[in-house]
Every structure is written in C-alpha cells, then in structure tokens.
Design a protein around this ligand. Structure first.
Ligand SMILES: Cc1ncc(COP(=O)(O)O)c(C=O)c1O
Length: 348
C-alpha cells in the first residue's frame, strides 16, 4: 500500500541518519544523560540552540510536535487565571480541539478566507475577535494542515502586535522547513516577546515521523519559564533519538533535494489537474497538496486509488468536504495519482 494520506515520508533517510543508527553505542542506554549536570536538557537541544542562535533554556523537546502542542494547550488552558479558551483557524488539524477537550477547554474558530488558490487571514477581523474573546491561546499553523497556506515572518510579527500580551501565540510550524531555511524571525520573536511558542518536528521535512521527535522555542519571561519547567523532562531524553535528530539536521542537502521533488509534484498537479473542469489545486508550501474535485466523482476516485494500491485523504469537514489532501511522494507515486485523477475526470 502507498500511504499518501498522513503526510508521511516516502523517501530514504540520509546516509548520516542511517550510519548514526547503525553505529549507536548501545551502552548509552544503560545510563541517563549527564548533560543535566550542565543545566542543559539534551545534546539535541544544545545543537538546536547553536543552529537557531537561541538560548538553550528557550528550547523545548518533545515526543513529536504533538507532545509539545498538547503540553502547551493543557498547561495554558488550565493554569491559574486562564479562561480555558483557545482560538484556532476555521480549517485546521483536528488534533487542536481534541487536546483542548481533554482538559475541558473551549475552542473557538477564527475565519480564514478562501482566495483564488489559497487561504488568507483577515487580520482586522481576527484582532476584533481576539479582543472580544480574550483567549488564553491563539493557535496559528504555518503552513496550515490541510489548507497549505502559511504566514510570512512580517505577518507573524503583525499578529504579535495585535494580540494582547496575556494571550499566548502558539505557532505550529510542523511544515515550516519546506518554506525557508531562514529561521532568524524565530530568534527575533522569542527574544522580543514573552507570549510566543514555536513548535517544530523531525517528522515532516526530515522524514522521521516514527522517531517521535519534536522541538520548540519559547519566548522570554516568567510565564514561559514556568511552562518550560512543566514541559521539560528531569531525567533527559531518548539518547538514540537525540543523536538521530542531530544527524538529520546535519543532512540538509539530502532533504532539500527531496523538497525539490515535491516542488516538481506541486507544479505537475497545478498544470495537469488544475486544468481539469471542476478541479481546483490550492497553492501549497508543505509536503501535501489540497485539491477540490467534483463531488460526484468521489466514489470513483476512491475506488481508482484503491485499485492502484494508494491511500489519499478525503476531507469531511464542513466547507472542505469536496476536497482531498494528497501527500507529496516519490516521482512515480505522484505520477500515478495524477494519471488516476486525469483518467477518472475524462470518464465523466
Ligand atoms: C499541522 C501538524 N502539526 C503537528 C503534527 C504532528 O507531528 P509530530 O509527528 O511531530 O507529532 C502534524 C502531523 O501530521 C501536523 O499535521
């Protein structure tokens, strides 16, 4: 089966990642890390701190980005004085409202507006809503799953300016490495704001969803320091994962080459599927693409993908239920999906 339904990685890991796993000294598992003696969390957080030029104390580590998101949402929705409200984008990952529900928090959606081939924030409407609702958390995902749209660093900064200081801006950047390797805006924002958290992951661009390794960066100040105490592990992190994480981050060229294959796939979908009547291919800056299709073709498409041994994600959300989200895979996988869509569309 070809899984193109959960934004996983259909490519090979870098040689350095393979070698790091093969050469791992298993005796390290007999001991906790000693880096705690230096007041640090992990060799991975130290490496991240050097790469992003951000103080190690402002680096978070977790069991995937899902862990960091869950910790942040649980903490800030239940901390003393919190009203337990989180605002999330209208179209977004189902997980956000689930984790708020787990602590009996409330999620309120804010609108994102569909334009010709993407979705945009309405900053004025958002500012009004934030000032009315005064949420403890404003979640933004950039790029957003499943719509694929993102915010520029200037837009993120603008968001920080219009949101009250008591609201924590939780930025899910699981797919951000596809957009740019420039991370100076993260350093700038976490050094100048006390109410921002960035979450990233090794699962997407670096192709290691099964490793369960995520990382994040927090703003400065007492509130964030208290959150870091809550989120950090006292006895260290998985000693194999931290080495593999560093190896993957050191293999940028390998993963950028894969991102280039994904760009070819976006262009192919846009040119070929985008030209079909009743289909719309949205702009994407992540490892998936959102496509609107004529709903009458749903069963035929599902059957045709299954016949080819492929799984893609058919969306069911309100206002997003004639859409499919397709993970960008290897060239031949993308070609098969594209050809299948073209064939079914022509049979109409
Ligand atoms: C928007 C978004 N954030 C976070 C994640 C979680 O990634 P991780 O594997 O790091 O938990 C996903 C996974 O699909 C995602 O789509």
């Amino acid at each position: 089966m070809n899984y193109l339904d959960r934004n996983e990685f259909n490519f090979e890991p870098s040689q350095l990642v393979v070698d790091t796993i093969k050469n791992f000294d298993i005796r390290k598992f007999a001991f906790y890390t000693r880096i705690y003696d230096q007041g640090k969390k992990s060799i991975f957080s130290v490496y991240l701190s050097e790469q992003f030029h951000i103080d190690e104390q402002q680096v978070l580590l977790g069991y995937g980005a899902e862990d960091l998101l869950k910790k942040a949402v649980h903490y800030f929705l239940t901390v003393k004085g919190s009203n337990g409200i989180m605002m999330i984008p209208k179209f977004s990952w189902w997980y956000y409202s689930n984790i708020a529900d787990e602590v009996e928090g409330q999620t309120i959606q804010y609108n994102v507006i569909e334009t010709d081939d993407t979705f945009k924030y309405d900053f004025e409407a958002l500012e009004r809503q934030v000032n009315e609702v005064r949420p403890k958390i404003l979640l933004v995902a950039t790029p957003n799953n499943p719509t694929g749209n993102g915010l520029t660093p200037a837009e993120l900064e603008h968001l920080c300016d219009i949101v009250p200081a008591e609201t924590v801006i939780l930025v899910d950047e699981a797919y951000a490495s596809y957009v740019t390797s420039d991370t100076t805006y993260i350093k700038h924002l976490v050094e100048t704001r006390g109410n921002i958290i960035f979450c990233r992951t090794m699962s997407k661009f670096y192709g290691l969803p099964g490793l369960r390794l995520g990382f994040g960066f927090i703003g400065k100040g007492e509130e964030m320091e208290r959150f870091a105490k809550y989120a950090n592990m006292y006895l260290g992190y998985d000693r194999l994962s931290e080495e593999v994480g560093i190896a993957a981050l050191k293999s940028g060229d390998h993963y950028r080459e894969i991102a280039r294959v994904m760009q070819e796939a976006r262009d192919m979908y846009k040119a070929e599927v985008g030209a079909l009547d009743g289909f719309k291919v949205y702009r994407s800056v992540a490892n998936f693409i959102l496509i609107k299709y004529p709903i009458a073709l749903k069963e035929k498409l599902q059957q045709a993908f299954a016949d080819e041994d492929y799984k893609v994600k058919f969306m069911n959300e309100p206002d997003l239920n004639t859409h499919m989200r397709i993970t960008l895979g290897r060239r031949e996988q993308n070609r098969t999906i594209c050809d299948t869509i073209l064939r079914i569309a022509k049979e109409q």
